[in-house]
Each structure stands twice: as structure tokens, then as C-alpha cells.
Design a protein around this ligand. Structure first.
Ligand SMILES: [Zn+2]
Ligand SMILES: [Zn+2]
Length: 285
């Protein structure tokens, strides 16, 4: 039986713990995981960083730096060897979809194609009405500063977010077939839902999500079944939310558990929550 954590980080993220990768892997082994994908945030494009419009604190703490790429890959190779026979460590990146930087991202992925086993494709950065780009998951203040409508007209921000996910799918569809693409934490825009008292998606945004799921299905992408939100005080749900997981299951979309661990103790967290929910869905309750 395969037990897989498909979304995990390392000290190279610069917004998690400084622990060695060994600690993460040993945690996974101790919980009985058989497959472990290291998916550190890939370096952000140089041009994107040069024109960064988000909060200064997020500029160099959102991803590994280009200069760290080789060290990261060496680290992954080292643990693959060290823990061979105990756990299957796979090589990956969490890749940011960035509007207007598609060619930079494609170039990076093609250059790394031989190294990569799997990628998680995520939207963390959104363009606001002033054409400024900012992270949606940095902190509530940043979200409210760049996207003030989040308080009065949240559906408008949801729409912007879902349209950007749509673009990320269009982008992923242009990648060579050999890439295993998993769509990261699909409802991340809800990260601070309790802080802002966000409503559910309205019917037109639900329709957008239905269309995203169809496109995910038709392109044979996978869905990241991400439990990080369960650990976040202002969220308390999985990404995506359970109603979307049900729809994805009905469409027979492949879903892969991801802890999104930024510290060793988070590896494998809430795996049982996801597993028992999926069992219930499969048995139609
Ligand atoms: Zn991260
Ligand atoms: Zn992540």
C-alpha cells in the first residue's frame, strides 16, 4: 500500500523551520509513509523579484533563491540515498504560477525536466486592481491592504483568484506530457476566512470551480489534498474544501495527500482525516 505525502518543504523555503531534511524524512518513515515528495518553492523568476510589488518581507522569504538550487538538489539526492529501502523520496518543486511570467516559469521547468519527478503548481500571488502583485497567504493585513474588497465584496476577490487558477491550468496544459502536475491548495484564498468572516463561494464562483475541476480532469492533472489549513487558526478546513473534494472524486480526479509541512513535526499531519473522509466519499456516506 502506498502512503504518500506529496507536498513538503525544507529549510530552503525561508518561511519555515531550519531543521535538516533528515528530520522530515524520519518523521515520514516513523508514520509509515512509503513515498515522500520534496516540493520546495522553486526560485521565483529574477524579473519578478526585480519588480516585486508585494511586502518587502515577502520578497526573499517566499521561495528558495536561485543560488540555492544546486544545494537543494544535492540535499534531496543525499536523503534519497540515505533512506533508500525505507522510503521512496521523490524530487519536486512547488512552482508559483505568475501571470505574465509564464515563459520564465516554462524555461525553468524545461531546464529542470530531467531532474523533476512531480510538481505542485500553486497560485500564491495575485494581481490587484492597481496591477500590483501580492501574496494572498502572507498575513491578513497584506491581503486586506492589496485586496481591500476582501471585506466588502469578497466574491470579487474569489473571482480574481479563480480566474488566475484558470490561467495556471491553461499554462500547465502547454507543458510537455511527461510532467506530473498537481494543482496546489485550490482554495488558498480562504486561508483567512475566519479573520475576515468570508462567505461561501457564490453560485457563479462555484460554477467557475466546477469548470476548473473539469479542466483538471481533462488534462490529467492531480489535485493536492492539502491539510495545512486545518492547522491554521483562521482557516480550519482542508484545501480544497470537502464539497470540492466530493466533486473531484465524482470526476475521478486523482487526489494526493499533502501536509505542506514547513517543519518536520507537520509531516503526515491529518493524513487520517483526509483518508477517512475519502473513504466516506467513496462509500457515498
Ligand atoms: Zn511555503
Ligand atoms: Zn507548499
Amino acid at each position: 500500500m502506498v502512503k504518500k505525502d506529496g507536498h513538503t518543504h525544507t529549510r530552503f523555503s525561508h518561511h519555515g523551520s531550519d531543521e535538516r531534511l533528515d528530520n522530515y524524512i524520519e518523521q515520514a518513515i516513523s508514520l509509515g509513509f512509503t513515498t515522500y515528495v520534496v516540493t520546495e518553492h522553486a526560485p521565483l523568476p529574477t524579473e519578478f523579484l526585480a519588480h516585486f510589488t508585494g511586502p518587502v518581507a515577502a520578497q526573499n522569504s517566499s521561495a528558495m533563491l536561485s543560488a540555492e538550487l544546486t544545494s537543494y538538489q544535492k540535499e534531496v539526492a543525499r536523503v534519497q540515498k540515505k533512506y533508500a529501502g525505507q522510503i521512496d523520496v521523490k524530487r519536486g518543486f512547488e512552482v508559483d504560477y505568475l501571470q505574465n511570467y509564464e515563459s520564465d516559469i516554462r524555461q525553468f521547468l524545461l531546464a529542470q525536466a530531467d531532474w523533476i519527478d512531480e510538481i505542485v503548481l500553486s497560485v500564491h500571488f495575485l494581481t490587484n486592481h492597481d496591477q500590483l502583485v501580492a501574496p494572498i497567504d502572507f498575513d491578513p493585513k497584506t491581503l486586506a491592504t492589496y485586496f481591500p474588497k476582501i471585506t466588502q465584496s469578497p466574491q470579487v476577490i474569489f473571482e480574481n483568484y479563480l480566474a488566475t487558477i484558470q490561467k495556471s491550468l491553461d499554462f500547465a496544459a502547454t507543458l510537455p506530457d511527461r510532467f506530473v502536475v498537481r494543482i496546489g491548495h485550490l482554495t488558498l484564498i480562504r486561508k483567512y476566512q475566519k479573520y475576515f468572516n468570508l462567505p461561501q463561494f457564490d453560485s457563479s464562483n462555484q460554477l467557475r470551480i466546477d469548470n476548473l475541476l473539469l479542466q483538471i480532469k481533462n488534462n490529467h492533472f492531480q489535485l493536492d489534498l492539502n491539510t495545512a489549513g486545518l492547522r491554521k487558526p483562521y482557516n480550519g478546513e482542508t484545501y480544497p474544501t470537502t464539497n470540492i473534494i466530493k466533486k473531484a472524486h465524482d470526476l475521478d480526479i486523482e487526489m494526493v495527500y499533502g501536509s505542506d509541512a514547513h517543519e518536520a513535526s507537520a509531516v503526515g499531519q491529518d493524513y487520517h482525516v483526509v483518508e477517512s473522509f475519502l473513504t466516506k466519499v467513496k462509500n457515498k456516506y
